[in-house]
Design a protein around this ligand. Structure first.
Ligand code: PMP
Length: 347
């Protein structure tokens, strides 16, 4: 086992500068006849292009500090994609082989990206258990092997801490720098690390801040407690309620249709040049819903978790038919501003 002196501090320092501290985008739009503003963290600007870099870095830092991983050990994780890309990149930077267990219906871009870092992808079909089967296969692979490290993103508290220590403080200080205080934060739930961690930090600053988890209307796992239906918002609503989610500490679950999320993501790219992934369109619409509850002037914050490059072979690139009740067709996007990266007290 390595001692603390063997922890690759300089590599972690370098990674720390490539991950987090993302600009906050202000989005101006018209809805129900009113000019409104929402705030979104540009998480696609992280090292591998998604929000998951934050937790992958935090988990590995903690694992090194606690002597739970050593150079050369294999990192093995079950993931629907972005986590695999993050561990593949960061793992390789730190010198680890990486093995990713993934449901076989995730986009081809995700599989290719993970393989491009030299990581191994094990595809798990629906018949083999899908997402839960991926987790089971990963645990079986690691059983009895001391040189395999399991990040266990769905239950590892370092996932939540990553966002309580970086994403949350960044949001707080960026809004403060323009004279605002957040009134609500919304985020689609994959592992729940983002919503729990940012929520924890913001609520410590101001317990009245509303914190809403978001799920696809077609697959309401959080409200029903089990896997129901199918949806097209990759990265959120896997097949169960993750261990790190505490619904009783959060405000009500907001729900967004996958078709509405697709239309919104397409609109953000076409009208504003913000080429974001489907979960980002979903988050934006959930933020509009939260603003509706609080008033048109409420400061509501969300995140753009990744960009659209991983979805070029998916429904995001096809024409999506609007349905009655969708919000995206009623939103007129007007323009953006940014609140810069510089964030003195958060790192
Ligand atoms: N959007 C995308 C595209 C993701 O990959 C993820 C992570 N699976 C999320 C949202 C949700 O983030 P979290 O795991 O922190 O809940």
């Amino acid at each position: 086992m390595p001692t603390l002196a063997e922890v690759p501090t300089s590599k972690f320092q370098a990674l720390g500068r490539l991950i987090g501290n993302t600009p906050l985008i202000t989005i101006h739009f018209r809805y129900e006849g009113k000019h409104r503003v929402l705030y979104a963290k540009s998480e696609y600007l992280n090292l591998t292009g998604s929000i998951k870099d934050r937790m992958a870095l935090r988990i590995l830092q903690e694992a090194y500090a606690g002597n739970k991983i050593a150079p050369g050990h294999t990192i093995a994780e079950a993931t629907s994609g972005n986590t695999g890309i993050s561990f593949a990149a960061i793992g390789r930077m730190l010198g680890h082989p990486v093995k990713i267990f993934m449901p076989d219906w995730m986009s081809q871009e995700r599989v290719h990206l993970i393989r491009s870092y030299g990581a191994e992808v094990v595809s798990v079909s629906k018949a083999e258990g899908g997402f839960l089967g991926s987790i089971r296969r990963c645990e079986e692979f690691a059983a009895g092997q001391p040189d395999v490290f399991l990040p266990r993103q769905f239950s590892n508290p370092a996932n939540t801490l990553a966002h309580a220590e970086t994403t949350g403080p960044e949001i707080w200080s960026q809004l403060l720098s323009i004279g605002k205080r957040p009134q609500a934060f919304v985020a689609g739930v994959g592992t729940g690390g983002t919503v729990m961690g940012v929520g924890k930090f913001l609520r410590e600053r101001d317990p009245s801040i509303r914190v809403h988890p978001v799920e696809p209307a077609e697959s309401p796992t959080l409200t029903t407690g089990c896997k129901v239906g199918n949806h097209r918002i990759q990265g959120i609503s896997d097949e169960f309620i993750p261990e790190i989610i505490r619904l009783n500490e959060l405000n009500e679950v907001l729900s967004v249709s996958d078709g509405d999320a697709i239309l919104m993501s397409q609109k953000l790219a076409m009208n504003l040049g913000l080429a974001v992934g489907i979960s980002s369109g979903c988050n934006f619409l959930a933020a509009v819903k939260a603003q509706e509850m609080l008033g048109a002037d409420a400061a509501v914050v969300t995140l753009f978790c990744d960009d659209n490059k991983k979805y070029l072979s998916t429904a995001l690139m096809n024409e999506e038919a609007p349905r009655p009740g969708y919000l995206a067709p009623r939103i007129e996007l007007l323009g953006i501003g940014t609140v810069g990266r510089a964030c003195e007290f958060c790192h």
